[in-house]
Design a protein around this ligand. Structure first.
Ligand code: NAD
Length: 474
């Protein structure tokens, strides 16, 4: 971030540095280390989200035309469930974990102590503007940190409300909010944080990682990319394509783990297209633009970006674009074999309601194709063939995913959620969030009753004896 100094105004720098100082003092007071304080604050967060439920739903509707049923599930319900789980389990998560100790350390015992990193920074995106601020924040608070939150300026209504809620609920020396776009983010990134949690694009993720590297700050980067969805020869299409259509078109395709493109067994192509169209029309009718459950693209810029991916000759279904209304119809594109390398929809993460279809003949071909791409945030396979499912799971690398479903894995807080390679670094949700925001301190406790002399040089102990002792764990 070489140009940060020129871009960042002195008042922003002062604002950030003042918050930073206040939070340092608050963290040093030790208050956040207390379990009762953490639980009380988490419940306070839950209560205020419940209090503002209707207004929050209105705000995401204004930003994304996200209808209330969908919005409650993905923006509020998931957050409330995470808070409840965290409050219930926090005591056991915070407990030092006893682990084995080799006989070599006799008499000794070993423990892993989770401790808060300290001052954390959370930067959010616009597509799930409530969930993706509050869910990392739960982890930061549960682990006993202070936090500064930077919502996305693009989802303006939701971000303004999230900021207002946090400001009126927590003192700034514990949880603070900085609003705005690139400039305030740069001012924040100039500071040294103890942990940095970023959700957003790969491009900005790299900027954030560089800024963190300057201070050796550990990071979680929740990024995106193209997530493939495989539809095998003998997949159950009746259930399968409904689940796929739900996962693809929820939030108008603007979901980081949405199936980005389909890899369909050539024998299934016709039926897959029919079933997808059937599900789209069952969910959103024949004119989705008028349907109350079909969302909109976040802004005109992104609507235009998406419209360029729709090549008229490739349209199998949909294709309608209304830039003024930020509307893109659910669209299926048939990508002729051999031309996916040049197809506009196959060049970058789609992040919209456009679904390209590529065909394949063998599962080995699919595995080779997936392995040629950047490692995906998610991978889905619809199949009844256990051998093929296992082959794909064992031979490809991706952040997480589903067999015979799409997107739903992130609703299970017992599963870690995060990317690998280009799709991100780190993981969270449930206990994984607590672990992400904690440093795990390993400590050997030694008794003073005896002093095993084996390690001391004067005894001339044979190596064979040392080998035996080191193998015994207490
Ligand atoms: P983005 O990277 O443009 O913005 C994310 C945040 O970074 C925003 O708060 C923004 O203000 C800030 N930002 C933007 N440009 C910046 C710059 N030059 N310097 C510093 N900060 C900057 O991402 P987005 O458009 O908000 O979100 C879409 C992307 O996020 C998609 O790629 C999607 O896949 C990904 N995403 C990932 C997850 C996940 O959990 N892995 C979830 C949601 C979205």
């Amino acid at each position: 971030m070489s140009n940060t100094v020129e871009l960042t105004t002195p008042s922003l720098v002062r604002q950030v540095s003042s918050i930073k100082k206040k939070q340092a003092a608050f963290f040093a007071s030790g208050k956040t280390r207390d379990i009762e304080f953490r639980k009380e604050m988490l419940l306070k967060l839950k209560n205020v989200i419940e209090k503002y439920e209707t207004t929050l739903l209105e705000a995401v509707y204004k930003d994304l035309k996200k209808e209330p049923f969908e919005a409650y599930g993905v923006e509020i319900g998931i957050v409330i469930a995470d808070i409840e789980l965290t409050v219930k389990k926090l005591r056991s998560w915070m407990k030092p974990e006893r682990v084995g100790t080799s006989m070599f350390h006799f008499i000794g015992s070993s423990y892993i102590y989770p401790e808060p990193y300290g001052q954390t920074l959370i930067i959010g995106p616009w597509n799930y503007p409530i969930q993706l601020i509050f869910q990392p924040l739960i982890g930061a608070m549960a682990a006993g940190n202070t936090a500064v939150v930077k919502p996305s300026e693009i989802s303006e209504h939701s971000s303004a409300l999230v900021s207002k809620i946090l400001r009126e609920t927590f003192p700034e020396d514990y949880i603070a909010v900085v609003e705005g776009g690139i400039e305030p983010t740069q001012a924040l990134l100039e500071e040294k944080w103890d942990y940095l949690f970023f959700t957003g694009s790969v491009t900005v993720g790299k900027i954030v990682y560089q800024a963190a590297a300057k201070h050796l700050t550990p990071v979680t980067l929740e990024l995106g990319g193209k997530s493939p969805c495989i539809i095998d020869k003998d997949a159950n299409l009746d259930y399968g394509m409904k689940r796929l259509v739900w996962g693809k078109f929820i939030n108008c395709g603007q979901t980081c783990v949405a199936p980005d493109y389909l890899l369909v067994h050539v024998s299934q192509k016709k039926q897959v297209i029919e079933k997808i169209i059937e599900a789209i029309e069952a969910f959103y009718g024949k004119t989705p633009q008028d349907h109350p459950k079909y969302g909109r693209i976040i802004n005109h810029r992104n609507t235009e970006r998406l419209s360029k991916m729709i090549v008229p000759e490739q349209i199998v279904y949909g294709g309608k674009v209304d830039i003024a209304d930020k509307y893109i119809a659910p669209t299926l594109l048939d990508i002729p074999s051999g031309s996916y390398e040049s197809a506009p929809a196959m060049q970058e993460e789609i992040f919209g309601p456009i679904l390209p279809i590529v065909t394949y003949e063998t599962i080995e071909e699919v595995i080779a194709f997936v392995n040629q791409q950047q490692k995906a945030l998610a991978l889905y396979i619809f199949s009844n063939n256990q051998e093929n499912i296992q082959k794909v799971l064992r031979n490809t690398s991706f952040g997480g995913g589903c067999v015979n479903d799409a997107v739903m894995h992130l609703g299970n807080s017992n599963l870690p959620f995060g990317g690998v390679g280009e799709s991100g670094i780190g993981r969270y949700h449930g206990k994984f969030s607590f672990d992400t925001f904690s440093h795990h301190k390993g400590v050997l406790h030694k008794s003073m009753l005896v002093d095993m002399p084996i390690r001391y040089p004067y005894l001339n102990i044979p190596v064979s004896y040392l080998k035996r002792i080191m193998k015994i764990t207490m």
